[in-house]
Ligand binder design. Structure first.
Ligand SMILES: CC(C)(COP(=O)(O)OP(=O)(O)OC[C@H]1O[C@@H](n2cnc3c(N)ncnc32)[C@H](O)[C@@H]1OP(=O)(O)O)[C@@H](O)C(=O)NCCC(=O)NCCS
Length: 181
């Protein structure tokens, strides 16, 4: 993982640090967050956050996990956005935001910056993502970032212990470049 610091209008996107464990656990320990994600444990303990932070340190340089913080004095932690391969050819974009921060446009702002980073800095050619069928907010975040619906797929849900139906989304470099023009 490379060093980076990105600022957007209202957010700071930075690498995860050991000191983030408590703040991550405080917001991730929410069924409404976990049920929309494939791999987030629930209940989510500080120990899970520490394992996550250790795992991030082992990731290759062209896969990046961004911690999202508000641009306030305390630089309050609000969520995570990442692109990672996890054994696949193309990196997958994934994200979650603490519930108090939903509905304010923060993830749309963060995803745009993370997508730009994936294409400009990490030089990826294609990003994939996906969301559960009922996750209309996430679907909208992806569509606003330029992702195209590419068909159905199954999400292997850790907490539901089942495969649940979802929408697959793709964003190619070509499409990203033409949207940026
Ligand atoms: C999904 C999530 C990341 C969205 O983050 P957010 O910062 O609240 O999203 P934004 O405010 O940037 O944008 C949400 C968009 O969805 C729309 N939206 C929200 N709820 C909606 C709903 N029920 N139906 C339709 N659209 C909805 C909003 O109007 C907005 O679109 P707009 O800008 O065109 O008005 C956040 O709710 C979250 O972390 N949820 C739990 C974890 C999760 O679902 N992660 C993604 C897994 S695929």
């Amino acid at each position: 993982m490379t060093d980076f610091l990105i600022t957007t209008e209202r957010l700071i996107l930075r690498p995860v640090a050991a000191g983030d464990a408590e703040a991550i656990a405080a917001l991730a320990d929410n069924y409404k967050v976990a049920v929309m994600l494939a791999r987030l444990p629930f209940p989510y303990k500080v120990e899970h956050a520490r394992q996550f932070i250790d795992w991030v340190a082992t990731q290759p340089a062209d896969e990046t996990v961004f911690v999202l913080c508000l641009r306030n004095e305390a630089q309050t932690f609000i969520g995570v956005c990442a692109y990672e391969r996890r054994g696949e050819k193309d990196p997958e974009l994934g994200y979650w935001l603490g519930e108090p921060y939903w509905g304010k446009g923060y993830m749309s702002e963060a995803v745009k910056a993370v997508v730009d980073h994936a294409f400009k800095s990490a030089r990826h050619e294609r990003l994939i993502s996906g969301c559960r069928l009922q996750n209309l907010a996430s679907r909208r975040v992806l569509e606003k970032a330029g992702f195209e619906h590419s068909g159905p797929y199954e999400i292997d849900s850790l907490i539901l212990k089942a495969k649940v139906p979802g929408h697959r989304f793709v964003l190619t470099r070509e499409r990203w470049e033409s949207a940026a023009r």
